[in-house]
Write a protein that binds this ligand. Structure first.
Ligand code: FPP
Length: 232
């Protein structure tokens, strides 16, 4: 969800105004994804590296998260959306952790869409934790090093419950992955748009999905093999 700061700057406003306006785009995307039958959406809301921003911005973002999570809870319930979270949640301020935990509990039986917030998240952080978990099992003799395979790693990551993403959208003209789901995006399709996050609408999501639908996903195979399979 990139470009909030620049969006605010073009309007002569403070960066936090951009973040606040970004909440509308969060609503647009969640609603459109639910309507389209998308099952999982992960929003990169706050990275491990974002803690290094000016304290004022960090505090304002945390406050905005609390306000948004509390304020949007009735809409999540109404739309049957289950809120989930990945990241170092223990590092979040108490009010943020509590409102998040409350929303996670209250929406746990919702089934239409899983809306996963990546908060205080970075993929390298997740991988380090996963490696520690696996190493611990090896130390305890519960797992042999030779038995470690892709599913051992999948299962040790915080994303173990969800399928790997098919489409990654980055806004604001930046062409970087920024420590996001590095393991999980091995075969993901990337979509980059110049639109700044606060301007992102349902139509922008439709465009990204239409582009995704035109792509041939070969997963290392050749085109003919893919066509054979679809013709069967
Ligand atoms: C990146 O833009 C955006 C963020 C670090 C924060 C995104 C958070 C929100 C939109 C609030 C969402 C709330 C919920 C509940 C998900 P940037 O600040 O890096 O923009 P810039 O690159 O233009 O400076």
């Amino acid at each position: 969800m990139d470009g909030n700061g620049r969006w605010a700057k073009t309007k002569g406003k403070f960066r936090i105004f951009g973040h606040k306006s970004g909440v509308n785009a969060v609503k647009e995307v969640s609603e459109a994804a639910a309507e389209l039958g998308v099952q999982c959406v992960t929003l990169y809301a706050f990275s491990t590296e974002n803690w290094s921003r000016p304290q004022k911005e960090v505090d304002a973002l945390m406050e905005l998260l609390v306000k948004t999570i509390r304020g949007e809870l009735p809409t999540l319930q109404k739309n049957n959306i289950r809120l989930r979270a990945i990241g170092n949640l223990e590092s979040l301020p108490t009010a943020c952790r509590e409102s998040l935990q409350d929303a996670l509990n209250q929406t746990k039986n919702n089934t239409r869409l899983e809306l996963i917030l990546a908060l205080s998240y970075s993929s390298k952080w997740d991988m380090v934790n996963a490696i520690k978990k696996i190493a611990e099992k090896v130390t305890l003799g519960e797992l042999k090093a030779s038995e470690i395979n892709e599913s051992t790693i999948n299962n040790a990551l915080s994303t173990y419950e969800w399928p790997h993403p098919e489409l990654l959208i980055r806004t604001s003209g930046e062409h970087r992955v920024s420590n996001f789901l590095l393991w999980e995006i091995a075969y993901c399709e990337f979509y980059f748009t110049d639109t700044l996050w606060p301007d992102y609408t349902k139509e922008d999501l439709y465009e990204a999905i239409l582009s995704f639908q035109k792509r041939e996903r070969r997963f290392g195979k050749i085109s003919e093999q893919i066509l054979e399979k679809t013709e069967e």
